[in-house]
Design a protein around this ligand. Structure first.
Ligand SMILES: Cc1ncc(COP(=O)(O)O)c(C=O)c1O
Length: 416
């Protein structure tokens, strides 16, 4: 590994070009110590079904590698692919006629645009705010930071869900949006969207449903949660990430709106510079066309059948893991979890959870940790169907190591 410490001499800009073969080798070596997602060694950040599906995404991405989705007149096929992705999303989430949406670079951009639109659609006397449960994804605060909005987070219930009464009490004259999780990333549980929708309707408020993680999984899940999409009358907008359980290439999400006309509240249109009119519906200017083509290809390649098969694989892996973890004395699976999340903790004080996470790490597993409640966190995807056995074997061995050495670990709060 090169020395990148502050004391090391700064890397010079390359004087002459190097051959791709040499660079490829460098890249391959550089990756050697990264976590092996193909082997299911991590349950966060990446989603992987198999090489055949990956090839579909890569080939489609490659076909559009150099196009730019800013240029819809130059590349009308991209406008068509985006339109089709939005329409398929509107169908999946049962949106009424007149609904619309945009293809974005990810959950963060979809949520940014929703917060921007809610803020612009509703002028308020003071600094605007969003009301939500404490479980809503951190990126709402990020959007709020950029957009000059406050986020008021109310306590979760014992089931990790939003409490509609607490939300109601937090709403004031400056509230522009209620945010709901479907489900939240931390615990994998759904907020009571129907009840929250009634609250939003009573106050005439924008309700955004964050289905970034669950949007392309819940509709296919054996025990799908029914009331989370546009069938719930008060849902104004919904975000669903194609680059998560849609299995598309990174840089792919949908922001869907009950009324296509609401797009004007997050669109930008400017003609005050020498080059002429500049108009975009999303945050980015130049945009990768490959992620649009890859998402289009993967959705059409999998179809409902493929997504249902993926959901079944995850559902079965989760059931096996739950049974296996509960069979290890001293560990407890945290409930409820409505979808793909699996959280477990140690109820025996002889097992320090941070030490357990570290021992699992030493065995080559990338460990996600949850802070409230303190738990080991797995966001399972199809790749984990093949790793249940090795994971449980290493977990049992790691528990034994922690017990035998009375090990104590260090808390690690990072999710990034
Ligand atoms: C529920 C939820 N919302 C939003 C996001 C943010 O999505 P992204 O990382 O694609 O910006 C995530 C990411 O995991 C998520 O799980």
């Amino acid at each position: 590994m090169p020395d990148h410490s502050p004391a090391a001499p700064r890397l010079p800009f390359p004087e002459t070009g190097a051959a791709w073969t040499a660079l490829q080798e460098t890249l391959q070596q550089a990756k050697e110590n990264d976590v092996d997602w193909r082997a299911g060694r991590l349950a966060v950040y990446t989603y992987y079904r198999d090489d055949a599906l990956l090839q579909v995404a890569q080939d489609a991405y490659g076909l559009y590698f150099n196009e730019n989705a800013l240029g819809k007149r130059a590349f009308p096929s991209l406008a068509r692919l985006e339109r089709e992705l939005v329409e398929m999303g509107l169908s999946l989430f049962q949106a009424p006629p007149g609904a619309g949406g945009v293809f974005t670079s990810g959950g963060t951009e979809s949520i940014f645009l929703a917060v921007c639109a809610a803020r612009n659609a509703r002028p308020v006397p003071g600094r605007p705010n969003i009301v939500c449960c404490e479980t809503l994804h951190a990126t709402f605060n990020k959007a709020a930071m950029f957009l000059g909005v406050d986020v008021i987070r109310t306590p979760m219930t014992a089931e990790f869900r939003a409490d509609p009464a607490a939300l109601a009490a937090a709403i004031d004259e400056n509230t522009v949006m209620i945010g709901a999780s479907a489900p939240g990333y931390a615990h994998g549980v759904f907020d009571p969207v129907a009840e929250i929708s009634a609250l939003a309707a009573r106050h005439g408020l924008w309700l955004h449903v964050d289905a970034c993680i669950g949007g392309f999984l819940n509709p296919f899940w054996p025990e799908a949660v029914p009331d989370f999409d546009f069938r719930v009358a008060g849902v104004t907008s919904l975000s669903a990430d194609l680059h998560k359980y849609g299995y598309a290439a990174k840089g792919a999400s949908l922001l869907l709106l009950r009324d296509a006309a609401l797009k004007r509240h997050h669109s930008f249109d400017f003609d005050g510079w020498p080059r002429g009119a500049y108009a975009t519906e999303t945050f980015s200017g130049s945009r990768p066309a490959g992620s649009i083509a890859a998402a289009w290809a993967v959705v059409n390649h999998l179809g409902r059948d493929g997504y249902a098969e993926n959901a079944r694989l995850i559902h079965d892996a989760k059931a096996q893991l739950v049974a296996g973890i509960e069979a290890i004395p001293g560990l407890r699976v945290i409930r409820p979890s409505d979808l793909c999340m699996l959280l477990y903790t140690a109820e025996d004080p002889a097992i320090d959870l941070d030490a357990l996470a570290e021992r699992l790490g030493a065995r080559g597993w990338f460990v996600g940790r949850n802070m409230k409640p303190k738990a080991i966190h797995l966001a399972l995807n199809t790749v984990h169907a093949a790793t249940v056995g090795p994971y449980l074997a290493d977990l049992a061995a790691a528990v034994a190591e922690v017990r035998a050495g009375a090990l104590r670990g260090v808390e690690d709060r990072r999710t990034y």
